[in-house]
Design a binder for this molecule. Structure first.
Ligand SMILES: Cc1ncc(COP(=O)(O)O)c(C=O)c1O
Length: 340
């Protein structure tokens, strides 16, 4: 069996080139990143450059301490990684053997399937998140809030899944900053729950590639055993510590983004699109059968949105990252023009 591979969108430079656009006219509405780097990003000049001839200390103790203090857990309950993506692959490597079964509730983040199949384990999915769907899976992937739908499973459903599955539950909390759930008290209650966090979304630092997992010490040890010793660079780790130690600025940026999300949603709805509420920094809009054509037309104007022609239940939808008010208005005005 050949495992499915992750497919990347064209880069902004490729799109600018293809459509003859200045690079600064290309706006990414497809990657669920922050509209701008938050003002607490520390100047590179402040990063200690001495010691860059050495590897980072593989224990990442200062980064673990900063993440633990932020998430309300102990440093021994934290393991860092190069973004949640690396931690997803490591969780599959740590907890799945060939022939095991892992499950997820779809539509969801495609890397769960890819990570599962790379371990030669079997991926099953169910459209409804229920404890019985998780059944006897060796690993259950849940995404809270969920990408691409933007909804958040109720706590009671998450509890039921965790309490009835004997396997490890990996809860991808990439968008946690938008709901404020950090899950620290949950990992104290459930020894088979591993929660994945990132600096890429609420903190607005997707470029530094830092994430961390929190969980019971034995789960953390299982990830530690399979991770590379130094996948987070010294520079990234320094920036992540600065951000995690000063979350107030992130909270202000997230609060502003949520206000803009609701305005953006209202404007899209007033165009006649069906846009369910979202708990994250993106909106999933029902466009109809023209969705792929609308996406292509938007791309030719430098507006890159996420389309789903390869996912049967979502072919009529497009997903839009919430960006700045002016970028969002540019997108809305262009959609209005294309559809008229
Ligand atoms: C659900 C989910 N998990 C993980 C990621 C990747 O996170 P990171 O940048 O920390 O690798 C994304 C990015 O879009 C995501 O939507």
């Amino acid at each position: 069996m050949t495992a499915e591979r992750y497919v990347w969108q064209p880069t902004s430079a490729e799109i600018a080139d293809r459509f003859g656009l200045p690079l600064d006219r290309v706006v990414r509405f497809d990657q669920n990143t922050a509209p701008e780097a938050t003002d607490w990003t520390i100047p590179v000049a402040d990063v200690p450059l001495h010691g860059l001839n050495e590897y980072p200390a593989a224990s990442y103790r200062p980064l673990r301490e900063a993440a633990a203090a932020y998430a309300g857990v102990e440093p021994a309950q934290v393991v860092p990684g190069a973004g949640v993506d690396e931690l997803i692959l490591l969780a599959a490597r740590a907890f799945l053997a060939p022939g095991d079964q892992a499950t997820a509730f779809t539509p969801t983040y495609p890397l769960y399937r890819i990570a599962t199949e790379q371990q030669r384990a079997t991926f099953t999915s169910s459209p409804i998140a229920t404890a019985s769907a998780a059944g006897g899976a060796r690993l259950t992937w849940i995404c809270v809030p969920n990408n691409p739908t933007g909804d958040r499973l109720p706590d009671s459903t998450i509890e039921r899944i965790i309490e009835t599955t004997p396997g490890v539950v990996v809860l991808d909390a990439a968008y946690a900053e938008f709901t404020g759930d950090l899950w620290g008290s949950w990992i104290a209650r459930y020894s088979h729950l591993l929660v994945l966090h990132t600096l890429s979304k609420g903190f607005g630092l997707a470029g530094i590639r830092v994430g961390y997992a929190i969980g019971n010490e034995s789960l953390i040890d299982a990830i530690d055993r399979v991770r590379p010793p130094g996948s987070v660079s010294t520079l990234s780790s320094t920036l992540a510590i600065a951000a995690l130690s000063n979350p107030e600025r992130m909270r202000r940026a997230v609060a502003d983004l949520i206000v803009e999300r609701e305005r953006f949603r209202d404007r899209l709805t007033s165009l006649g699109l069906i846009v369910p509420p979202s708990e994250a920094n993106f909106l999933l809009a029902h466009i109809g059968t023209t969705a792929p054509i609308v996406a292509a037309a938007l791309m030719s104007e430098g507006l890159v949105v996420r389309e789903f022609s390869h996912i049967p239940e979502l072919t009529d939808h497009l997903r839009f990252t919430v960006r700045s008010q002016s970028d969002n208005d540019r997108l809305i005005n262009t959609i209005e023009r294309i559809r008229s």
